[in-house]
Write a protein that binds this ligand. Structure first.
Ligand code: GLU
Length: 519
């Protein structure tokens, strides 16, 4: 067999927002494709019209756009194997349904839902298969004339896969090894419904993977039960030679307790399970997203990459390129991966502090808007510049080296509020205030105020030129008390820089207020 170019696909159904587990599946497909110089295809599996949700497709595209996961072809990306939306491929599927019927690999069935229900009541554990198909209304039990006349009369029917019982079906999985099941436990799956002239997931999925020359099917563990059926379909079409290799990824598990990660876990513990905020078009309900929570896309990607795989050393922080280099499908875990959302915040912290100042500004801007603060772009840039150095590691007013855990841009607000909002009260129990505002302080601040009032332009340099000589001649060390007055606490940047940012008028106002209030 000749080497085929690696081609993988991500094939979501547009039934709602993309779950974070789906993002991981797409990421692993992407890493695998790039590692092998292959193609990554984006296909929309929308053959179940009853579950279609408007906006879901756009949401999925926007999510990958934000995350920086790029497709080579597919819906909205173009390519030579289109159309990539299954609802636009009806003619193709019809042709392949006919091939199965002509080759006696499938049959037409007319049983109504009521008839099927009746059978289920009559026979315990009823399954439509080799044992029972002989007692049902289908093209195997009816004459060709009867079948033809029902079809001519537009009677709804389905096409079912005729599964031969008693065969061991082997799914050769790159993560799980050989998984064998006996075909007798499978039912004659519906492959096509005349009512909407559409195939079901199974048929469309196999036909498309074949026609799109997919070489590897990397998907969530929840699809493993479908895999034996898919193997049999490849055989029925005579495509066994080019059947894709399978890899079923481990489940994402609840952070606490047992079972699959659900939206409820996220709601309860306060983390999103969707990449972007989702507005449900039917109920209007809003579900939170990683983007809106202030996560950086690189952090989300890095966090997800390590849920079910690791590079085999201690390295946790990885660029996308490094992931492409190290990724190894055969080293993916078979066991479910606990969704450690605390770790997600840790990753965000790591990426946040690595960023250049400019990257903080949009996030900070959103934080200010949320707080109802109007600031100019220059002011925002100034605060980010001043705070960046202080935010991560700083020395508090008592001389202690401290580290602040900024995981999200929103954590910046309590640390930057004083730039925009003057103190309105002072916490007399605060150690910094207690230590630095003494009996004589109000008087010293009054002296300083007099010096400040003489300064014309309030730049750092002019302040220095006026205040430094005053502190030298009087021996007064005003810095910590001045910080109490301007910030209201033992935090913040260099005092001259802060004062320059606030401006003369505001500095005077805040000092007068402190003198009055603290006495
Ligand atoms: N449409 C399926 C989904 O929603 C695709 C499963 C597969 O990758 O075969 O995940």
């Amino acid at each position: 067999m000749t080497e085929r170019k690696v081609r993988v696909r991500f094939a979501p159904s547009p039934t709602g927002p993309l779950h974070i587990g789906g993002v991981r599946t797409a990421l692993y497909n992407y890493l695998f494709a790039k590692q092998h110089g292959g193609d990554f295809i984006f296909r929309i599996e929308d053959t179940d019209s009853t579950r279609f949700v408007p906006g879901a497709e756009e949401y999925i595209i926007e999510s990958f756009n934000w995350l920086g996961i790029k497709f080579d072809e597919g819906v909205s990306f173009g390519g030579n194997h289109g159309p990539y939306r299954q609802s636009e491929r009806r003619d193709i599927y019809r042709e392949y349904v006919k091939i199965l019927l002509d080759n006696d690999k499938a049959y037409i069935a007319f049983d109504t839902p009521e008839e099927l229900d009746a059978k289920r009541t009559e026979i315990e554990n009823f399954q439509y298969d080799a044992k029972t198909r002989g007692m049902m209304r289908n093209s195997l039990t009816m004459s060709k004339d009867d079948v033809d006349s029902l079809i001519t009369a537009d009677t709804p029917y389905v096409v079912r896969f005729k599964i031969e019982p008693g065969r061991d079906v082997v799914v050769d999985d790159l993560i799980r090894g050989e998984v064998t099941i006996n075909s007798s436990i499978l039912d004659d799956k519906v492959l096509y419904k005349s009512a909407d002239d559409l195939p079901t997931y199974h048929l469309a999925n196999i036909v498309d993977d074949h026609l799109m020359e997919v070489t590897h099917v990397i998907r969530g563990e929840e699809w493993l039960p479908s895999a034996p059926l898919h193997v049999l379909l490849y055989e029925a079409f005579g495509w066994a030679d080019t059947m894709p290799r399978f890899a079923h990824l481990p489940l994402l598990l609840k952070p606490i307790g047992n079972g699959k990660l659900s939206k409820r876990d996220g709601d309860k513990l306060g983390f999103p399970v969707f990449p972007l905020e989702w507005h449900d078009p039917k109920t209007g309900a809003i579900s939170s997203g990683y983007r809106e929570k202030g996560y950086l896309p690189q952090a989300v990607i890095n966090f997800l990459a390590l849920l079910g795989w690791n590079p085999g050393n201690d390295q946790e922080m990885m660029t996308l390129d490094e992931m492409v280099q190290f990724f190894d499908l055969s080293k993916c875990s078979k066991n479910g991966a606990k969704f450690d959302y605390v770790k997600a915040a840790w990753f965000n912290h790591q990426y946040l502090i690595q960023q250049p100042d400019s990257a903080w500004i949009p996030a900070f801007d959103a934080v200010l808007k949320e707080a109802g603060i109007e600031a100019t772009a220059e002011q925002e840039a100034e605060v980010v510049r001043m705070m960046k150095l202080k935010v991560i590691e700083y020395v508090d007013g008592l001389g202690n080296k401290k580290k602040r855990n900024i995981s999200f841009a929103s954590d910046l607000w309590p640390l930057t509020k004083f730039f925009f909002v003057a103190p309105t009260e002072f916490d007399c129990e605060d150690k910094f205030i207690k230590k630095n505002w003494k009996e004589t302080t109000a008087d010293e601040m009054k002296q300083m105020l007099a010096v400040i009032k003489t300064i014309e332009d309030f730049s750092v340099e002019s302040q220095k030129a006026a205040i430094d000589p005053w502190t030298e001649s009087t021996g007064i060390k005003p810095w910590n008390a001045w910080r109490v007055a301007l910030v209201g606490a033992g935090q913040g940047p260099d005092m001259y820089e802060l004062a320059a940012f606030l401006g003369k008028e505001e500095v005077i106002k805040r000092m007068e207020f402190a003198i009055q209030t603290l006495g």
